[in-house]
Design a protein around this ligand. Structure first.
Ligand code: NAD
Length: 472
């Protein structure tokens, strides 16, 4: 597999970047540079936006069945590349190959499939008195995505945007840009009209800001950190452009006293450590009823012990490295601060053994975490679980809601109605009761500083439509 790419994809063709500068892409398990990609400039963004603008009228006017057929061909072309996608993400992000295959490649394929069906249905029109209310595509969308689910986060924007009739300029994360090249190979094979989707790689401050500030970009759809989401909002606000934001999280996993504790803790630890803890939805705060607290800590330590660190291509590996040396340092600092703030180390920690090469951090469980401390409030983005005792349902809800974030969460109870009552009171965009599986058709997005808008399913499609009233 040749991972090195040198071009952008603009107006339906691979074209040379305007500037010779490149950005290195590192394999975080080996620390070696495995490829370089072009460092785009504002001029490249301009070319990409012009292509998307020129393609917009035709794509917006295409029959929904034709757009759906295009997405269907893209789904087929990506499916044919599923193994390469998983291997590329294992190389650029360090996700263990099994998980890369099931989630990093499997999830975007499922999401894309769902939009083939949704794209085929024209948006519903409504008659309100003498008005005909119609839904129309927003226009040119700038999509800016992070590194932790490098294909899923792109598809979660691209598929609904295209289904709605929008055209797109994509900037993937500079840390994991390689899988986007496979996507654009698939886009070529699917024969989408030129300019409907365009790729510019580069850094956030240069390419990302040029997209967010571009006068011809009608909407910026961003997934990433809350700090960058704020910056993008400011840039878009200057010209009143629409913004959709999928940001950080610090989700609570509430384990009530009548829960099936063994399952709740095992699944909870698995969720917190998924993708080495580099997941915006990770249940990084485990809130356990005091009467089951010690038992839960013992179970959490036992579960953490099973997360073997190692080579992402070794089938025995359950936890890969973090994406970069900087991310490893941030996570180590969080662990040390959490312990200095009074947390009690139950498993892992700063001195636990990790492979010599690669940006690894040992799976770590810290108990007695003060709900107001940094470890309970800040997004760590590493395999670090904070465990907090709670007195009753009321207290659990208060601690769960004591966060500036509100993206995901969980509740466990032997009484499903009680669990749903607690779930309803949690100020967060999604709650899983008793380990219910992820639903790629359900709306996904945040309350509070976790974001604005929703992705996935019909709610995700709505984000890329605007409403017109025609009076007759
Ligand atoms: P990040 O905010 O640093 O970067 C995200 C993207 O924004 C990258 O493509 C980056 O190049 C670009 N960017 C950086 N600075 C920019 C600027 N000034 N202007 C425009 N674009 C800029 O985030 P990250 O480190 O790549 O990803 C981790 C973060 O993403 C975490 O906070 C995580 O919670 C969040 N995330 C959220 C979701 C969600 O759906 N809510 C999903 C995944 C990740």
């Amino acid at each position: 597999m040749d991972l090195a790419r040198t071009d952008f994809h603009l107006d339906g063709r691979w074209v040379a970047a305007s500037c010779p500068e490149t950005l290195p892409v590192r394999n975080p398990a080996t620390e070696e540079i495995i490829a370089t990609v072009p460092a785009g400039t504002a001029d490249d963004v301009d070319r990409a936006v012009s292509a998307a603008r020129a393609a917009f009228d035709g794509w917006a006017a295409a029959a929904p069945a034709d757009r759906a057929a295009g997405l269907g061909r893209l789904h087929d072309a990506l499916t044919a590349r599923a193994d390469d996608i998983a291997r590329t993400i294992a190389c650029e992000l360090g996700t263990p190959l099994k998980m890369a295959t099931q989630v990093q490649a499997g999830l975007p394929l499922a999401v894309l499939r769902s939009y083939v069906e949704l794209a085929a249905r024209p948006p519903a029109e409504q008659t309100v008195g003498h008005s005909l209310v119609v839904r129309e595509p927003v226009g040119v969308v700038g999509a800016i995505t992070p590194w932790n689910y490098p294909l899923h986060q792109v598809v979660a924007k691209l598929a609904p945007a295209l289904a709605a009739g929008c055209t797109v300029v994509l900037k993937p994360s500079e840390l994991t840009p390689l899988v986007a090249y496979l996507l654009f190979d698939a886009i070529d094979e699917a024969g989408l009209p030129p300019g409907v989707v365009n790729l510019v790689t580069g850094t956030g401050p240069v390419v990302g800001e040029a997209i967010a500030a571009h006068p011809d970009v009608d909407m910026v759809s961003f997934t990433g950190s809350t700090a960058v989401g704020r910056r993008i909002s400011h840039l878009a606000a200057d010209r009143i452009a629409r913004v959709a934001l999928e940001l950080g999280g610090k989700s609570a996993n509430v384990i009530l006293d009548d829960a099936d504790l063994a399952t709740a803790v095992k699944v909870g630890v698995g969720n917190a450590f998924l993708n080495s803890g580099q997941a915006c939805t990770a249940w990084t705060r485990m809130l356990v009823h005091r009467s089951r607290y010690d038992e839960a800590l013992a179970l959490a330590a036992r579960a953490a012990e099973g997360y073997r660190l190692g080579d992402p291509f070794d089938p025995a590996t359950r936890l890969g490295p973090l994406v970069s040396a900087a991310q490893r340092q941030r996570v180590r600092d969080h662990i040390e601060r959490g312990l200095a703030d009074g947390g009690r180390l139950v498993f892992g920690g700063p001195d636990a053994p990790v492979p010599e090469r690669g940006f690894f951090v040992a799976p770590t469980v810290i108990a007695d975490v003060d709900p107001d401390s940094a470890l309970a409030q800040e997004e760590v983005f590493g395999p670090v679980l904070a465990v907090i005792p709670v007195d009753d349902d009321e207290h659990a809800v208060a601690v769960a809601n004591n966060s500036r974030y509100g993206l995901a969460g969980a509740v466990w109870s032997g009484d499903e109605e009680r669990a749903v009552r607690v779930a309803r009171r949690m100020r967060t965009g999604a709650v899983d009761v008793n380990g219910a599986p992820f639903n790629p058709l359900a709306p996904f997005g945040g309350y509070k500083q976790s974001g604005l808008g929703r992705e996935l399913g019909s709610h995700g499609l709505d984000e890329f439509l605007q409403t017109k009233a025609i009076q007759r």
